[in-house]
Design a protein around this ligand. Structure first.
Ligand SMILES: [Mg+2]
Length: 338
């Protein structure tokens, strides 16, 4: 992919990198700790405070994939031209995991003022009846909320068609159904079969050209986008515009610094805006800022997230992991410098 300009010298990037290992509240993707690099960038906010950015590709990603994440961190922390709003906020959604219906109200109570709810469905070992009961429990708890579902590609095409028709028959209107099945062709097939339901692509959208492929294939009405894997907030906003689809910004299990990068992307997208999937810092047992960026009245503030020096030290990654991450920055920087 093309380099963000200007690319800071590698030595400067390495000097500004702080590598942390943050404990998660619950196991995620098989890990109990999330490693991330925070850069104190050379760019400054309009009020003079330094801009911090985040580089946190998952550890299994190869440099070719992780380079886009580094481009995003460089753009956000080092590009003096990038617009970063100091005030305002973006709406975010609550997320209800595949819990029993009687646990739904308790989950929702943890989100302050969210009026859009993403409900996980198609969990392995559960039935459509479980999904319907969970959706009905959400509707009962928050009758005015907008609902969306996320199947994480857990249904086959016939299962997805049956489920989406059953949800509609139960009188539950969905904002969209996220990744009901795997793959671009599967999405297109379900979308043709259930024309009344908007289909969103998430897992099918990872690289900057994926949203365009999804749009060309008629596979989705909507895409889920993340600032880091798409190479930064500017590029991600451009990709969404080029796709002609509406979009929801989500997090990649980011620290509060990455959450603000995501919120800045959400604020750049045109109306109508969709509540962002950025209410995720509660998945961490610790963060790099004193006040983790949680939703307040259903919204995430755009104000800068500035890591706390004591927290950066407390959660500093062990030397061997720090070296691994610095090597990874080197590898990705070299790919971007080509
Ligand atoms: Mg999803």
């Amino acid at each position: 992919m093309a380099a963000p300009l200007p690319l800071p010298p590698l030595d400067e990037l390495l000097e500004r990198a702080r590598v942390v290992a943050l404990p998660l509240a619950t196991r995620f993707r098989g890990v109990v700790e999330r490693e991330a690099v925070l850069f104190e960038g050379s760019a400054a906010h309009a009020d003079g405070t330094p801009v911090w950015s985040e580089f946190s590709p998952f550890v299994e990603y190869r440099p070719a994939e992780a380079a886009a994440w580094l481009a995003a961190a460089i753009e956000y922390g080092f590009d003096p031209e990038l617009e970063r709003r100091l005030d305002g906020s973006v709406e975010v959604n609550a997320t209800v995991p595949a819990v029993a219906a009687d646990e739904v109200a308790g989950v929702l109570a943890r989100y302050d003022g969210c009026r859009v709810v993403k409900v996980k469905v198609a969990e392995r070992g559960q039935s459509l009846a479980d999904d319907l009961a969970r959706l009905e429990a959400v509707r009962d708890a928050l009758p005015d909320a907008r609902l969306r579902i996320d199947a994480n590609a857990g249904w086959s095409s016939p299962e997805a068609v049956t489920a989406l028709r059953a949800i509609a028959a139960a009188g539950i209107e969905l904002e969209y159904a996220e990744q009901p099945v795997a793959g671009v062709e599967g999405l297109a097939e379900v979308r043709r079969a259930v024309p009344g339901v908007r289909i969103a692509a998430d897992e099918a959208v990872r690289k900057a050209d994926d949203p365009l492929a999804v749009a060309r294939a008629g596979a989705a009405d909507h895409v889920i986008v993340k600032a880091q894997p798409l190479g930064g907030v500017r590029r991600a906003a451009e990709v969404v515009a080029a796709s002609g689809l509406t979009a929801t910004v989500s997090s990649a299990l980011d620290t509060s610094v990455g959450i603000v990068m995501g919120a800045q992307l959400a604020a750049r997208l045109p109306e109508p805006r969709y509540a962002a999937g950025l209410a995720t810092v509660s998945l961490f047992a610790a963060d790099v800022v004193r006040e983790p960026r949680r939703p307040v009245a259903g919204r995430i503030a755009l104000a800068p997230a500035v890591p706390d020096e004591a927290l950066l030290r407390e959660h500093a990654a062990p030397a061997a992991r720090r070296d691994w991450w610095l090597e990874r920055i080197r590898d990705c920087w070299e790919l971007l410098a080509r």
